[in-house]
Design a protein around this ligand. Sequence first.
Ligand code: ADP
Length: 184
Amino acid sequence: MNASRDFAHGRIELLVGNIVEQDVDAIVNAANTTLEGGGGVDGAIHRAAGPSLLEECLKLPQYEPGRRCPTGECRVTGGGNLKARYVIHAVGPVYNDRSAEKAREQLRQVHRNSLQAAAEHDCRSIAFPAISTGAYRFPIEEAAPIALGVVREFLEAPSSVQLVRFVLFSQPPFDAFEKALGKV
Ligand code: ADP
């Protein structure tokens, strides 16, 4: 199952699959501020990439004890044993009802920063998971139009990035992204 839509300077693709298997220049990891690995996508990416990924992450500077990447930002490492040359470790917001607007803005930021990082590393293709929609509880129906809106805006201007793929882990998140892609 997949879907796509073309914009002025690139294409958005959606598919159901596993992000670790993607043959793209960069994959985005839904990381946490420690960059020490975790569950969900983060665990899967570290397992598939091998130990060099954690070694590289641990060498990144800490902005406070134990924390290497603030929410909304990202850090880039090599891809270890993955097909992807780079992993963009991106920290999405934890969603809660009382600070939903802040979480929406941070979700926009983390997508913008990841695309920018891919362009700075001269990537042609990048694959995202549905950041924050697992353990961080961002409702998928709300996250999908936000993520796609940022990518659409990014693809209105020229950069090295010509393909942005969202890899959804099952049918329900794919359906939410497909619906949002039609309206973005
Ligand atoms: P977060 O902490 O940012 O919410 P999670 O890893 O818990 O990150 O989940 C983010 C999304 O990624 C969820 O929708 C989850 O189902 C999905 N996911 C989990 N493993 C994979 C994988 N290997 N490939 C693609 N998506 C995945």
